[in-house]
Write a protein that binds this ligand. Sequence first.
Ligand code: NAP
Length: 525
Amino acid sequence: MTLEGKQLIGAQAVSAEGAVIQAVNPATNERLDPGYPAAGKAEVERACELAWAAFDTYRETGLEARATFLETIADEIEAIGEPLIERAVAEAGLPQARIQGERGRTCGQLRLFASVVRAGEWLDVRIDPALPDRQPMPRVDLRQRHVALGPVAVFGASNFPLAFSVAGGDTASALAAGCPVVVKAHSAHPGTSELVGRAIQRAVQKCELPEGVFSLLYGSGREVGQGLVKDSRIKAVGFTGSRSGGTALMAAAQARPEPIPVYAEMSSINPVFLLPEALKSRAAALGEAFVGSLTMGAGQFCTNPGLVIAEKGEGLDAFVAAAGEAVKGAAAQTMLTPGIHEAYSKGVESLVASDKAREVARGPVGEGANQCQAGLFVASAKDFLADEALQAEVFGATSLVVECADQDEVKRVAEHLEGQLTATLQMDDADAETARGLLPILERRAGRVMANGWPTGVEVCHAMVHGGPYPATSDSRTTSVGSAAIHRFLRPVCYQNLPEALLSEALKDGNPAGVSRLVDGKREA
Ligand code: NAP
């Protein structure tokens, strides 16, 4: 399949004339063809116009038709075969097996959303039938369902070129909700984006949907991205990336005459709490396993464990010694982009330069370009609490161990943390009371609280929460992974006394759509 370097706007592939975006193979710093001239105002305008034109038709597609569309996208992505894997490996510097796994996850989540759409529970239908004889006042007929918000602007993430990019979780959940999607491709993987974008275009055509259901634009975030977010026809935003990028989009969305929700996933250091009995019984094993999670994917996961918190003592010393040895043996890995590598190197340098952080170990220096050299540092809780620089995210395979005087200090550190995607407890049965004391704090701070696992590896399922208070995300009430992500792009509408003929299938008497409904306060089978 030949890449053309064009914007995919509705059913068309359109040549643009802006500054050329070109992928760089981060393993070699070699430029990859073709160049992608950036979209201008005309292309943004056309994509939004088509998305808006498609909206009313697409949002009323039947459950089966919409589910089939999502499945067709998955089929079309799989049908690309090896060229997709090869291009994503070249653009992201990630191992082939990782990209293959990510393709499976991408298609798996599209199919999960297809099953969610079919089940129809997301409509959250509630019916309170009229009570004409009620005293002292009759009750009107009230029926509620959820409807799609409108066209959604999606920003592909650098660290998941498939699963959180053009056809990733944000796109899948927005399409499932009935929202057309305009993607701003991540500039690090334009070729991968084009391959996946064309797969979606084919699915739109095969399923005979309006062309504006999907468009893909290339260009800088500040121009094309902000242009999209400011367009009055865009009604919500999905974003994964840096805190500065996410907050810029939040500001742009709030400054519109009609502000819109931005679901931005930004910054999280994912604290791991080592409780005393667990440290007593298995400190060395914990140290080794921790480094496995820390160095996975060169640490470029939003759930990377960037912070370890525990009471100081023999157990923690044994953990640090074992983790240090594991870091020394952790091979360097290619990072996603030269920019991410530079930001990582600066973050590590500031830890090295800090007189409050002690270096425990560094991994081997890699050969080749943009190598992530793993690192482990230790600081006292007192210094950590006093120094904001020690609390900053270092996106990559470096972590800081915070030594606390006692469990009260552990709690003070936990209370002090910013919002997180995850919080992890390493605990034995005898740690249950200590864990109970921490739990209310962790619930306030994180979207996912786990015991005896590691935060990397996010299951795509119904119960997952991949979210959390700011700055982990811009809206802690939702998740960006798992089937509940669909709710970000829906809003309730109540229909009062509408004639049966005007009601959608899901709201009609007799439940012809066959969806679960709450009727007069009782769950209908
Ligand atoms: P990024 O720089 O925030 O870029 C993400 C997307 O947002 C890109 O499409 C970018 O466009 C756009 N963008 C950036 N700033 C913008 C602005 N002011 N206005 C409008 N759009 C803007 O993130 P990245 O390139 O993926 O990685 C950089 C850093 O983000 C990492 O070092 C890491 O700290 C963080 N990160 C966090 C996560 C997470 O899951 N929490 C994941 C990945 C990265 P351009 O094409 O112009 O770049």
